[in-house]
Design a protein around this ligand. Sequence first.
Ligand code: ATP
Length: 356
Amino acid sequence: MEGISVNLRFKRSSFTLNVKFELPGKGVTGIFGPSGSGKTTLLRCLAGLEKNSKGSVIVNGNVWQDEKIRLPAFKRSIGYVFQEANLFRHLNVRENLMYGVERSRSAEKESHLRRAIESLDIGPLLDRRPDHLSGGERQRVAIARSLAVNPSLLLLDEPLASLDSVRKKEILPYLERIHLESRIPVLYVSHSHDEIARLSDHLLILDGGSVIRNGPIASTLSGLNPPVNLGENCGIVLDTVVGAIEEEWSMARLDFSDGVIWTLDRGIPIGSKNRIVVLAKDVSVTADRPDQTSIQNALLAKVDGIAEDEHPGLLLVRLKVGKTFFLSRLTKRASSLLGLSQGKEVWIQIKSVAIK
Ligand SMILES: Nc1ncnc2c1ncn2[C@@H]1O[C@H](COP(=O)(O)OP(=O)(O)OP(=O)(O)O)[C@@H](O)[C@H]1O
């Protein structure tokens, strides 16, 4: 019975949400889509906050809503974090955390609370009031508060949107940790391709209140028909493990199922998982094995498909290395000079410094 099964209709003046989808019952699902496509409305319906929504919501076997049942919001086991941390200003951080936990009936509530404090690293902030925290710290507390009650589903609605880029970078590792360590399924709404690519296992794309794409992130992003116009951000995600570090050069070797990629050492220990994003604009193609080049990564690949790209002078080429797909954006001119066609063997090159 694992999985999240949703079939919802909700009408509000000129906007209608009409969605039917299944999502994995664990891991992070990124929800992406243009402004006004219904992302927040969907989360509100799942949380039971839109009383006129019709249909069904079943989360890992628990029916929250169907023709007969309709749990009110407070009976749905949900953690909900918004753009702005909505902490109680007159309570300190500890009291804010306890507010939800005290209402929890779980026998393990103390250990959930402890784990949430550790995961978000907010132990040193417990005695402070929200007014004495930075925006990033407030958001870490809000996320910890929602995790502390060990919800069946965590809804994060653009949790980093109100933060500047420095604060965003500070919080992302905590979200990555939740992704790796927590078994609570997370729905993560964001406008940032980078956040979604870094954190999600699965991708749900909305447009005009409907689902236009639903699938695992790796295969969804490596297709030749990008789900939305990603512009410069068109590229693939790859799950690797740090296999070696060359301290002399401050470089790390990232191992994936079909090869290795060298990148700058970012202090991630050997043996740790490391998700990387390889953008199509950073992948070049050559007919022969590259020699005497500054580019550290050369992989033997087969052309899997070629499609028109956003500009009439460009093509998007899908390349297969073993079972792993990469995308390369190149000019039609270059493709013609190389004689690219489906099945042709080529070398792809990826600059180490371009890997995110
Ligand atoms: N309180 C409201 N009253 C009336 N219409 C609303 C209300 N909230 C949202 N809408 C409308 O519902 C539609 C969906 O809005 P929603 O906030 O779900 O979109 P979104 O994808 O989350 O957008 P964004 O990315 O800008 O946050 C939009 O047309 C919006 O204008």
